[in-house]
Ligand binder design. Structure first.
Ligand code: ZN
Length: 230
C-alpha cells in the first residue's frame, strides 16, 4: 500500500500543505497547542511543520521553530513497545500522536522557563531525572528505545514530552496509562517502566495537569526596550 493510500483517512489529501493544515486543525483542538501557536505568532516566530514521507520518525528542530514529521507507519515491533494500547491506534492516530509529542517538546522548550512554570518544572525535572537513573527504568517507554540517549536528563525530557503528549491526546488515555504505571504487571521489566506508588502517581498527574493548564494561558510579552539614560 502506498503512503498516499495509508494516509487517505486524513481526508483524501494530496499535498503536504493540506496534510499540515488538517493536522494543525486537529492538534489545535487542545487549548494548550492552540495557545502555543498563537504565542509563537506573537513572538514573530514562523513555526513550520515539514512532512517527511520517507520515515516514521519525527523531531523538533534545534531552534524549536519547526517540526519534521515523518508520516510512514511505525514498524509494528516498535509500535508495540513505544505505544501504550497500540492496538487502538490507526496509522493516522499515530501521526497525530507523534505530532503531539513533538509539539509537547516545543511547549516545554518555550514555556518551562517562564516565571509561572519555574518551581513546578524544577521539582518535576528532578523527579523525572531520578526516575531515569535507576537501572535504565523510566516513566515512559521512549528513553529505553535504541534511538534515544540514555543519560538522565535526555531521558527525563523524553518522559516529560511523552506524558504531556498522552494527556493532550486524550484525558482518558492518560488516566489509563497512569493506572497501568501503578500496577506491577509482568511486562514492566521488558518495557523498562517503573511501578509508581500512589504519591508518585499523584505527583505526575498534578504536574501534567498543571503544566497543560498554564500552557493554555501563557502569553507572550515583548521584551521592553531599554532606554539609554546617558
Ligand atoms: Zn521526543
Amino acid at each position: 500500500m502506498s503512503i498516499e493510500q495509508r494516509i487517505k483517512r486524513l481526508g483524501e489529501l494530496k499535498s503536504d500543505d493540506e496534510i499540515v493544515r488538517k493536522l494543525n486543525l486537529e492538534v489545535q483542538k487542545r487549548p494548550a497547542i492552540a495557545n502555543l501557536f498563537s504565542y509563537l505568532k506573537d513572538a514573530d516566530i514562523d513555526f513550520k511543520t515539514v512532512i517527511n514521507r520517507n520515515t516514521w520518525t519525527s523531531k523538533l528542530g534545534r531552534d524549536t521553530h519547526s517540526v519534521d514529521l515523518g508520516i510512514q507507519p511505525i514498524p509494528q515491533h516498535i509500535k508495540e513497545k513505544a505505544l501504550f494500547l497500540e492496538h487502538k491506534f490507526s496509522d493516522e492516530d499515530t501521526i497525530i500522536y507523534r505530532y503531539l509529542h513533538e509539539l509537547s517538546h516545543a511547549l516545554y522548550q518555550h514555556f518551562a522557563s517562564k516565571v509561572d512554570f519555574v518551581d513546578l518544572n524544577q521539582d518535576f525535572l528532578e523527579f523525572a531525572q531520578k526516575m531515569n537513573d535507576e537501572n535504565g527504568y523510566n516513566l515512559s517507554t521512549l528513553p529505553s528505545l535504541p534511538a534515544y540517549h540514555q543519560d538522565g536528563l535526555t531521558g527525563a525530557l523524553e518522559d516529560i514530552a511523552e506524558l504531556l503528549a498522552m494527556r493532550l491526546y486524550s484525558e482518558e488515555y492518560f488516566n489509563q496509562y497512569m493506572e497501568m504505571l501503578q500496577k506491577d504487571t509482568s511486562n514492566k521489566r521488558e518495557l523498562k517502566l517503573h511501578t509508581l506508588n500512589k504519591q508518585e502517581t499523584e505527583f505526575v498527574k498534578s504536574y501534567v495537569e498543571k503544566f497543560i493548564d498554564l500552557a493554555s494561558k501563557a502569553k507572550y510579552t515583548r521584551p521592553q526596550k531599554l532606554t539609554r539614560i546617558y
